[in-house]
Design a protein around this ligand. Structure first.
Ligand code: IMP
Ligand code: MG
Length: 176
């Protein structure tokens, strides 16, 4: 991996990720005390974050998965969001936390928020590990880290399905 020319500097180390996720877990545990929120994992990028976040809370959380696609195999959004896999759990009167890997343009989030709000949950909040600086993030209640414009990979995030297994979040260096 160290010899892969596409893998650039470490933006967030394993330790930084783990420390911040424990803080987010503690915050969720306070905010949702007495509730059993439903964590909705946005596939595929958020799957690593979800597993650490769920274990960082001391809440009796439930989980479900939803998949959307907007990027194909490129590093630019296509501008169109498509539902690839729907939830199985009924959201009516549930406290729902949408768990995202990264909010970039905010397009995916707007689509998902609309979709889930139509199902009348008791509440709907967003927890994103990363938010691109400059992105419209006023509706992201829980933010792990704001990050600069570089495309990043690792800790669940991919480019064309590669690099999800990296322990840290690293800058992706496209070919010249
Ligand atoms: P948005 O719709 O532009 O906000 O894009 C959000 C989605 O694009 C995220 O859920 C990711 O799947 C993907 N994405 C955006 N930026 C990156 C990145 O730097 N690395 C990997 N995936 C990204
Ligand atoms: Mg995603």
């Amino acid at each position: 991996m160290e010899s892969d020319p596409h893998i650039g500097e470490i933006l967030l180390t394993e330790e930084q990720l783990s420390t911040r996720i424990k803080e987010l877990g503690a915050q969720l545990s306070r905010d949702y005390e007495g509730d059993a929120p439903l964590l909705v994992c946005v596939l595929r990028g958020a799957y690593v974050f979800l597993t650490d976040l769920a274990r960082a809370t001391d809440l009796p959380v439930q989980i479900d998965f939803i998949a959307v696609s907007s990027y194909g195999s490129s590093t630019r959004t296509s501008g169109v969001v498509r539902l690839v896999k729907d939830l199985e759990v009924d959201l009516t009167d549930r406290h729902v936390i949408l768990v995202e890997d990264i909010v970039d343009s905010g397009l995916t989030l707007r689509y998902l928020r609309q979709l889930l709000e139509d199902r009348k949950p008791a509440s709907l909040e967003v927890c994103a590990l990363l938010v691109r600086e400059g992105a419209r993030s006023d509706d992201v209640r829980y933010v792990g880290f704001p990050i600069p414009p570089d495309f990043v990979v690792g800790y669940g995030l991919d480019v064309a399905q590669h690099y999800r297994e990296l322990d840290s979040i690293r800058v992706f260096e496209p070919a010249e």
